[in-house]
Design a binder for this molecule. Structure first.
Ligand code: SME
Length: 158
């Protein structure tokens, strides 16, 4: 395994296109979901210098903190609460340009300014959790992030 990932490119698209094959190589052949989530978090956190990257998994009808990279975070989120709980409840990707303007946003850190949350599915198309990425800058995420992050999430299911 390569000691570290190498991200090339200037644009967001180029960076994702550079990192996706490396993440694929990293998790190919590994069936342990937690291990793969852990490496995906590290690859995205250090590849893009995001403030926080982490997974929450559905357990006992709550989202429970799973592998992440970044400062400590809240451990449990109820259905419909915060950005994560809303993405889960509505079964949709949510992009928030300014977290202070999202009603009910759960502030794990005051440094977090914008956020993207993507549902994760099992083979039966049921939501098993979410991927949450926070930025310390406003309006970091857009449809390009949603597109490529979904591609990365799909790698886990292969
Ligand atoms: N901000 C999220 C909570 C998780 S932390 O950002 C790590 C939310 O509103 O759901």
């Amino acid at each position: 395994m390569a000691e570290d990932l190498q991200i090339k490119g200037n644009t967001k698209e180029e960076k994702y296109q550079s990192i996706i094959p490396q993440i694929k190589a990293l998790i190919d052949g590994e069936t342990d979901t937690i291990a793969n989530m852990a490496n995906i978090c590290a690859a995205l956190k250090y590849g893009f210098n995001f403030f926080w990257v982490g997974f929450y998994l559905v357990k006992d009808n709550q989202l429970v903190l799973a592998p992440f990279q970044g400062p400590v975070a809240c451990t449990r989120i109820h259905l419909g609460k915060g950005v994560c709980g809303t993405a889960w409840k509505n079964n949709e990707v949510i992009i928030v340009d300014d977290v202070d303007k999202f009603p009910g946003h759960i502030a794990c850190s005051s440094l977090s300014k914008s956020e993207i949350v993507l549902p994760i599915y099992n083979s039966k198309n049921e939501i098993i959790g979410v991927l949450d990425i926070d930025s310390d800058e406003y309006a970091t995420f857009d449809k390009t992030d949603a597109l490529y992050l979904n591609q990365i999430l799909k790698l886990m299911g292969q």
